[in-house]
Design a protein around this ligand. Structure first.
Ligand code: PHB
Length: 393
């Protein structure tokens, strides 16, 4: 078995793993990333992506924000729609901050290119990844590489950035898991059609929740609330458009631009936190440690915040011989994680029809939407959390 030595062994070439590896590199700290998918699979899996102001700032600092304005778009506000009327939450005016819609796989394309250009060691298409000796000062990662050869990476620290089903969380002992599964899911589509709305639109209606987002001038991303057991094959384009139009219909005559649907899937909604996020020399970051329902658009941003804190801890360990920031990584990261859990749960509850809800609950949610769009303090609070606080605070 061939053994490689590095300072930080990173499992997973998603946003958390790649960001961590690049920030460490800028601080002169070496890492190796192992990833079980191929580079092409990572770069082609279409994922959502709303970047908070702080995440945009981080990508700019890392010099990987160059394509956001052309491939994605900056948004100064977002829309809330209920009872058939739309309200624009002008984040820029209320908070001085805005967001970008830039799908996660585009972020990954940029980060992989930048990492490889700086000579990074990324092993794609590995299998049988295992974590060893994380309770000691010389942990290791073993795996089978793309050619079938057994490999071992000896390191000082291991970062489990390998998502919800990864080996990182499975290996972490004695953690408590907090989970909420929602009784509804999202039916997500990609279609060829012109832009329907110039901002992300979240709609609440008797027909259920819908979200109107965009990818390019002629590719649109939309979602509507559905039963988690729904089979996408049971939905023709016509049925999809009837449902989406019903979710946004109103006396103002608003209609979506329709077009051929070329991708459809059912996305479960979950809230999840793993505590603690570390043990010995093993640290979790991103989806490996927590999941939020996509309503608050926080997933990628939470991963970025974990990574900023973890990189800071690793950096002060090497450069200042100080373990304090690593020791407090879990409580430091959990603060924002739980606030994002609350926000995502709140947005989800305010905008969806839960099966157990009756007309009282519907009226109550409408009153909540009325409050957050007419009380300036409440609207500013909503806009502020949506645009996000600076990372690493
Ligand atoms: C998306 O563009 O896919 C998207 C936008 C906002 C969300 C979730 C997903 O809250």
């Amino acid at each position: 078995m061939t053994t490689t030595r590095t300072q930080v062994g990173i499992i997973g070439a998603g946003p958390a793993g790649l960001l961590l590896s690049h920030i460490l590199h800028l601080h002169g700290i070496d890492s190796v990333i192992v990833e079980n998918r191929s580079r092409a699979a990572i770069e082609q899996t279409i994922r959502a992506g709303v970047l908070e102001q702080g995440t945009i700032d981080l990508l700019r600092e890392l010099d990987v924000a160059g394509r956001i304005a052309t491939v994605g778009a900056y948004h100064h506000g977002f829309d809330l729609r209920w009872r058939g009327a739309t309200h624009r939450v002008d984040m820029q005016a209320l908070t001085g901050r805005s967001i970008a819609v830039y799908p996660q796989h585009e972020v990954l394309i940029d980060l992989i290119a930048r990492r490889l250009a700086t000579g990074a060691d990324i092993r794609f298409e590995v299998s049988d990844t295992q974590i060893h000796d994380f309770d000691s000062t010389s942990p290791a990662i073993s795996f089978t590489d793309a050619t079938g050869a057994a490999r071992r990476i000896a390191c000082d620290f291991i970062a489990g950035c390998d998502g919800s089903w990864g080996v990182g969380r499975k290996t972490l002992p004695d953690a408590k898991h907090f989970l909420r599964v929602y009784p509804f899911a999202w039916f997500g589509i990609l279609c060829h059609a012109p832009v329907s709305n110039d901002a992300i639109l979240y709609a609440r209606s008797q027909a259920g929740f819908a979200l109107i987002s965009t990818r390019t001038d002629n590719v649109q991303r939309m979602y509507f609330q559905c039963d988690p057991a729904e089979n996408p094959d049971d939905w023709s384009d016509e049925r999809i458009w009837t449902q989406l139009q019903a979710c946004v219909a109103g006396p103002d005559g608003y209609r979506l631009h329709e077009g051929p649907v070329f991708q459809k899937s059912v996305i479960p909604l979950r809230s999840f936190v793993c505590e603690p996020m570390q043990h010995g020399r093993l640290f979790l970051a991103g989806d490996a440690a927590h999941l939020v329902p996509p309503t608050g658009a926080k997933g990628l941003n939470l991963a970025a915040n974990d990574v900023v804190l973890l990189a800071r801890g690793i950096e002060s360990f090497y450069h200042k011989n100080d373990r304090a920031k690593l020791d407090s990584y879990t409580p430091d990261a959990l603060r924002r994680i739980w606030r994002a859990q609350h926000f995502s749960w709140w947005m989800t509850s305010m905008l969806h029809n839960a099966p157990e809800h009756n007309e009282f609950d519907a009226r109550r949610s409408e009153a909540e939407l009325d409050f957050v769009t007419t009380d300036r303090n409440a609207e500013t609070a909503l806009a502020s959390v949506y645009a996000g606080a600076p990372l690493g605070e």
